[in-house]
Ligand binder design. Structure first.
Ligand SMILES: Cc1ncc(COP(=O)(O)O)c(C=O)c1O
Length: 452
């Protein structure tokens, strides 16, 4: 590659889709990808299609986001209509109807008095927005000393500074995780010896929540603003919460006046069979972050559901004064909001959350049928999610899963998500029993055999 000189017309590289070099891909080994690209040309329902038109079964709803399936007609139509009718309108000091419609839909779906929606554009922004709202809330309540944020090992809350700091993924943290002071972490809840091959919530591990008491003992409750956890840790390999764990966290937070934030960027919108995991587990957090499934991945959008009492605490001072100094140019973007409303309609009309709930048992049994495969060391399932820990190639962590992903795509027409040596599956919620069978009786055994 020749380096560009001073003028852009001096660039000698080809400007075309075939020039893979200039795109620096995130969370991707760029050199390996560019040597053997996995290129996706289009999508419909449960499938992607590569450049040659070959169908690829989507085993991970894109990146845990295309919950309604791909290129669904009503969502496409809503996006097209909005793009032609209202391309952009500010939501600072102005508004447009779709964003209010979506907020009220979400407020209706969210449990308890999680009655307010704050919008942003991604899960990372949602996490940072929730953390900022927590800090601001404590301050407006006269508790400005509560600035500490508690996350969890093996948690993932996106890639912005707040989210990385409370997150618990070493790869993300080691370079950037030290920038925010006053953060601590709960231990993660996974214990293979006690929990291996569990369907749903493991019996063992509720006591990990009591570690919050230890942190309160160490730092004092008067310094702690909020705890943020994913109800089910997704990106670090699918860790369903132990039975009673989330309730216990809620109790300890209540006891000490600490806000509890559920990061539902993955677990929201039907992934666990309900609008939000909070409903499934019967625990109402003070805030829920969401993204991905809110538009079924079609248009970037994220947000935070907030309880009545938190919103009310800000609604003081003169009427003309801004209450929260936070927001993004594209908060509640009209096209995203239109996609969001159409997505909620589709979830409702096709009963997609119910479908996930109905299929959970079939899905879990089918996933567990791979127990005994020589490549597998543990399997975990919850809702329409399954994770497979693979044997690690000695001295080369991540290699086996990477090869599995390559082979799945190129040889078996199957798109999977990997994290370290774990394969995580989370298909669109429109999946059928036949397709579940195809995944676990055909595609997964072939993929595993190919990396044995
Ligand atoms: C729980 C959780 N929070 C936050 C994020 C970050 O979302 P985004 O990539 O949209 O910024 C993710 C992404 O996978 C996630 O799983």
């Amino acid at each position: 590659m020749n380096k560009p000189q001073i003028h852009s017309d001096a660039k000698t590289w080809e400007a075309s889709p075939n020039n893979l070099e200039p795109f620096w891909m995130g969370f991707t080994p760029n050199r390996a990808f560019k040597q053997r690209p996995r290129m996706i040309a289009r999508a419909k329902d449960m499938h992607y299609y590569d450049m040659a038109g070959r169908a690829i079964l989507d085993g991970s709803a894109g990146l845990w986001c295309s919950n309604a399936g791909h290129c669904r007609d009503p969502i496409v139509a809503a996006i097209q209509k909005s793009a032609a009718e209202l391309d952009f309108a500010p939501t600072f000091q102005y508004g447009h109807p779709k964003v209010f419609e979506l907020a009220s839909r979400l407020a209706t779906m969210a449990p308890g008095d999680l009655n307010y929606a704050f919008f942003c554009n991604s899960g990372s922004e949602a996490a940072d927005s929730a953390l900022k709202i927590a800090l601001a809330y404590q301050r407006v309540k006269g508790q400005a000393s509560r600035t500490r944020l508690i996350g969890r090992e093996r948690g993932y809350h996106g890639v912005n500074f707040g989210g990385i700091s409370v997150g618990g993924m070493v790869g993300n943290r080691k370079m950037f995780g030290t920038m925010l002071a006053g953060v601590d972490h709960l231990p993660h809840t996974y214990n293979r010896k006690e929990q291996a091959y569990t369907k749903g919530e493991p019996d063992y591990g509720m006591h990990y929540a009591d570690e919050l008491e230890r942190l309160v003992g160490l730092h004092d409750a008067s310094t702690i603003a909020a705890v943020i956890v994913e109800p089910m840790a997704g990106s670090t390999g699918v860790l369903p919460p132990p039975k009673g764990y989330l309730k216990r966290l809620r109790e300890i937070c209540d006891k000490h006046g600490i806000l509890l934030i559920f990061d539902e960027v993955i677990t929201g919108f039907g992934r666990l069979g309900y609008a939000f995991a909070a409903e499934r587990f019967g625990v109402i957090p003070d805030m829920i972050t969401f993204a991905k499934g809110v538009t079924s991945g079609t248009v970037p959008m994220g947000g935070v559901m907030v309880r009545q009492g938190i919103y009310d605490a800000f609604m003081t001072g003169p009427d003309h004064a801004i209450e929260l100094f936070h927001g993004y140019t594209y908060s509640g973007h009209p096209i995203a909001a239109a996609a969001g409303v159409a997505t909620m309609d589709l979830y409702r009309d096709e009963k997609l959350f119910e479908n996930a709930r109905k299929l959970e048992g079939v899905w879990a049994d089918a996933a567990m049928s791979l127990k005994g495969n020589p490549m597998i060391e543990d399997i975990r399932t919850l809702g329409l999610v399954a994770a497979f820990d693979m044997k690690v190639v000695e001295g080369s962590p991540g290699l086996r899963a990477y090869k599995a992903m390559e082979n799945a795509f190129h040889d078996f027409g199957f798109l999977i998500r990997i994290t370290a040596d774990t394969i995580a599956l989370s298909p669109p919620l429109m999946i059928t029993e036949n397709q579940i069978d195809e995944i676990f009786s055909d595609k997964m055994p072939k993929v595993l055999k190919s990396v044995a």
